[in-house]
Design a protein around this ligand. Structure first.
Ligand code: ATP
Length: 363
């Protein structure tokens, strides 16, 4: 649906987006995720036609749109501050963009009605902007974009102005709306949970480049680099030694954990036999009383933080350079473990990931 080739944007000498190659599929909910300043918005605005690329091309649905102005592209954008017109009511706001299409009155009304239904606002058509809640205003902004029937809907941090609870509700709603209308959505966000919850695929960006493009599960469970792993939540990193290498896999030895076989991430090279492996805190499990596991470690509680449903523990293990972080549900009393307690840990060697050095990917 969208094909981006060799796309760059320079501000002076500064590359906000650098030599990017990316394909986005029709009907996909696709998110651009990365820290502030990584170039997400610049990329989205180039797709929309608001920012002119310094080099490269953008094709949408087979058509080269690189030189087209925004209003001639089959795209529409929902902005962060969704400026809706205060002097117009909901229906008039939604129908605003239709005016220049000079549709028949009945057709215009039908399309406005349909868009309002899609965002579940049919009952509020006569209200003015100041009579709406934040979530309802967000829906008006969405309906205003949907009514134009774009092939691609671009969303720049559309939920960032909403409080946490409403934001989470809207995440679920946006996702099901996208599946219902079948339009390709491209969402910009710096919130990893938002990207994980809503997307079919996520592109993780750093410094104008793509670090990894994959499904939410793959991004979380198989981060390609240390940067991606870190950005998507906690991860224990361990120095390991390469002890064997085959086509798609390597065998590594990390102190105390013994040898494990791991698949190679895209762009992996073993420079001098030293590699980095990672394991998520929730993949390490406390063993209680008579619990036994195939792979065990002994350690001591160094620190504890209570988070309601889970407790985060820092566990010192003799022979490891760094303590391990673990996350435990509180069903068995992890929240009551005293600092200094001796504990046993279980781990699954399959939970380790091998990490590549940072290097941009084509996707
Ligand atoms: P945020 O999440 O904070 O919006 P972002 O990932 O969307 O960040 P961009 O807004 O795309 O990042 O900006 C990427 C880089 O380009 C930043 O370093 C920014 O300062 C710079 N930049 C963006 N727009 C301009 C501009 N018009 N002139 C000069 N530099 C710019």
């Amino acid at each position: 649906m969208i094909s981006i080739t060799g796309l760059s944007k320079y501000y002076g000498n500064y590359p906000a987006v650098s030599q990017m190659d990316l394909d986005i599929r029709a009907g996909e909910f696709f998110s651009l995720l990365g820290p502030s300043g990584c170039g997400k918005t610049t990329l989205l605005r180039m797709i929309a036609g608001f920012v002119e690329p310094s080099e490269g091309s953008i094709h949408i649905d087979g058509q080269d749109v690189t030189g087209l102005s925004a209003n001639r592209r089959p795209t529409n954008m929902v902005f962060q501050n969704y400026a809706i017109f205060p002097h117009l009511n909901v229906e008039e706001n939604v129908g605003y963009g239709l005016k220049r299409m000079r549709l028949e009155k009945a057709e215009e009304k039908r399309r406005i009605g349909e868009a309002l239904e899609q965002v579940r606002l049919s009952h509020l058509g006569g209200r003015r902007a100041h009579e709406l809640s934040g979530g309802q205003r967000q829906r008006v902004a969405l309906a205003r974009a949907l009514v134009m029937r774009p092939k691609v809907l671009l969303l720049d941090e559309p939920l960032s102005a909403l409080d946490k609870k409403l934001r989470e509700e809207m995440q679920v709603e946006l996702r099901s709306l996208q599946k219902a209308v079948g339009i390709t959505f491209i969402l910009v966000t710096h919130d990893q949970y938002e990207a994980l919850a809503m997307s079919d695929r996520i592109a993780v960006m750093f410094a104008g480049k793509l670090e990894q493009v994959a499904t939410p599960k793959e991004i979380y469970q198989r981060p390609r680099t240390r940067k991606v792993a870190d950005f998507l939540g906690g991860m224990n990193f361990l120095n390991a030694r390469l002890v064997g290498e085959r086509a798609g896999t390597v065998s590594v030895e990390a102190a105390k954990f013994g040898a494990v076989n791991l698949s190679k991430p895209q762009g992996f090279t073993a420079t001098n036999g030293h590699v980095t492996v990672g394991i998520r805190p929730e993949r390490l499990r406390l063993l209680w009383d008579d619990d036994r596991a195939e792979h065990e470690l002994i350690g001591r509680v160094e620190n504890r933080a209570y988070f309601g449903e889970v407790t985060h523990l820092t566990i010192g293990v003799e022979g490891l350079e760094q303590p391990l972080s673990i996350v435990e549900t509180n069903n068995f009393g992890a929240d009551d473990l005293p600092i200094g307690a001796d504990i046993r840990l279980a781990y699954d060697p399959d939970a380790f990931v091998l990490l590549a050095e940072d290097e941009a990917v084509k996707a």
